[in-house]
Ligand binder design. Structure first.
Ligand SMILES: Nc1nc2c(ncn2[C@@H]2O[C@H](COP(=O)(O)OP(=O)(O)OP(=O)(O)O)[C@@H](O)[C@H]2O)c(=O)[nH]1
Ligand SMILES: [Mg+2]
Length: 312
């Protein structure tokens, strides 16, 4: 698709149709998307990017909805990217989720998009990071990215957000699970959702104990654990205040600049890897690999020598 100046102007002035079109380009990795992102880059950087992650069914979408409504009432512009789990065991967003999301999506200053992660080998999901850039350039005050915390991609996505909220529930062993999944490492704010259920206070203490055992974060931020009942819109104002507190902390400690530079560095490396990979595997190389595979499988040649040979 051709990228004209018109779409850039429209995105910057927050035109919903233009944003949707741009996100589709980015999602499909369309030829035009890179050109578009080049133009948009200078308009990015004012958005606060918030990641909401946690185990399946913890209430991430419910909390996202509550937060979006609250932020919208306060007059903020919000973008939401709901990352569909591609794992067969969660099976993607439930219909109820989608409908609730669609309702808040109708608000004038809210833009919501559901996206699938591309399993880019151990790296960031490029299309999601790029979608954030589009929303950022469109002048959103906040972008919320909802991901299921079960794998590596969530940790990577956390490395592109300014503030990461980890949502847990009182179910037994959840906090231990979260530790295993590495969620403890990435949290700026912990939320114990479904606090209407039994054992909530116990889990809050457990999480607090685990936080105390961690070395203090290098930017001096102290992680708090908040209780919410998403389904009853309880604790949302407090959660919002904590988000603002973290945002202020990052800005005042100049750690935001450091953090964003780290993210940028990581992103550039990813982009280079991507380019190199695409350029490397041309038809000749793929044909060559297919021809030689049999030989390598039969142990007539080892993969290491082959790699050495083709990367010379
Ligand atoms: N009891 C109780 N139920 C809740 C609460 N918050 C959400 N729920 C319910 O928990 C279920 C899952 O909520 P979602 O918001 O879809 O959870 P999620 O983390 O987005 O789920 P996935 O995206 O599938 O991983 C829904 O049926 C919600 O209504 C809460 O605070 N208390
Ligand atoms: Mg969800």
């Amino acid at each position: 698709m051709k990228v004209d100046k018109d779409i850039i102007t429209k995105i910057i002035s927050s035109d919903k149709r233009a944003i949707a079109k741009a996100l589709t380009l980015v999602e499909n990795d369309d030829e035009g998307s890179e050109k578009l992102l080049k133009e948009l880059y200078k308009h990015t950087g004012r958005t606060s990017k918030i990641g909401i992650t946690g185990p399946p069914g913890a209430g991430k979408s419910t909390l996202t909805n509550c937060l979006v409504k609250l932020m919208s009432d306060k007059g903020y512009k919000i973008g939401v990217i709901a990352v569909d789990p591609t794992s067969p065991f969660t099976g993607g967003a439930l219909l109820g989720d989608r409908i609730r999301m669609q309702e808040v999506g109708l608000l004038e200053n809210v833009f919501i998009r559901s996206m699938a992660t591309r399993g880019s080998l151990g790296g960031l999901s490029k299309n999601i990071v790029e979608a954030c850039e589009v929303l950022d350039a469109s002048g959103k005050d906040f972008i919320i990215i909802e991901t299921v915390g079960v794998g590596q991609s969530e940790l990577d996505i956390a490395q592109t957000t300014d503030t990461t909220i980890v949502v847990l529930v009182p179910e037994s062993g959840d906090s231990v699970q979260a530790m295993k999944a590495g969620l403890m490492e990435i949290a700026d704010i912990f939320v114990l959702n479904k606090s209407d259920r039994q054992g909530a206070d116990g889990v809050v203490s457990t999480i607090k104990n685990i936080i105390h055992l961690k070395p203090p974060s290098k930017d001096g931020w102290i992680i708090d654990v908040l209780k919410t009942v998403g389904s009853q819109n309880e604790g949302i104002e407090e959660l919002f205040n904590e988000i603002i507190k973290h945002k202020d902390h990052l800005e005042k400690s100049s750690y935001l600049t450091i953090k964003r530079k780290e993210h940028l560095s990581k992103k550039i490396k990813e982009l280079v890897n991507n380019k190199l990979e695409i350029n490397f595997w041309d038809d000749t190389k793929i044909r060559n690999l297919n021809e030689r595979l049999e030989d390598i499988a039969l142990k007539n040649k080892d993969p290491y020598s082959y790699v050495e040979e083709i990367t010379k």
